[in-house]
Ligand binder design. Structure first.
Ligand code: ZN
Length: 146
């Protein structure tokens, strides 16, 4: 299907040219999350400016889905308020739990809708969610330091 091919391209593009994949020297919180079932690893830094996500940077290894997902996430969440970031994260989690029945809100999720098809493959959902769990963890830790 054409749409699937397009989505595949978005994922591969983020995998080959990852966004914000260079750990920042300074950060409010740094977390390291792993997905042992696939061998994915992500270290993620978050910097907050008041209620806003000032920066997200990361480094990692693993499958294309895990790496593309965190690349998409960093692009999407930098500059958002924490409330917006939460709304986007919740929408992405819901999409991953939809078992292929949802396409996702492109206005809200932008490139992340390319991962919608992953929700049909339970074994890969953890790959797609790894970065988002890391972001959630890091933002909670960053907030608690303020
Ligand atoms: Zn994986």
């Amino acid at each position: 299907m054409e749409l699937d091919n397009l989505y595949q391209e978005v994922i591969l593009d983020h995998y080959k040219r990852p966004q914000h994949k260079k750990l920042s020297a300074s950060f409010d919180a740094q977390v390291h999350h792993i997905n042992p079932s696939c061998g994915d690893e992500i270290t993620l830094n978050v910097t907050l400016q008041g209620d806003r996500v000032e920066n997200v940077s990361w480094d990692g290894v693993g499958c294309s889905i895990s790496q593309a997902s965190v690349s998409i996430l960093s692009d999407l969440l930098i500059g958002k308020t924490l409330t917006q970031a939460q709304e986007i994260s919740d929408a992405f989690m819901a999409l991953m739990q939809s078992k292929g029945t949802e396409k996702g809100d492109e206005n809200l999720l932008e490139d992340a809708v390319a991962l919608a098809g992953v929700s049909q493959y339970p074994a890969r959902i953890k790959c797609a969610l790894l970065g988002w769990m890391a972001f959630k963890d890091a933002s909670v830790q960053a907030l608690s330091k303020k």
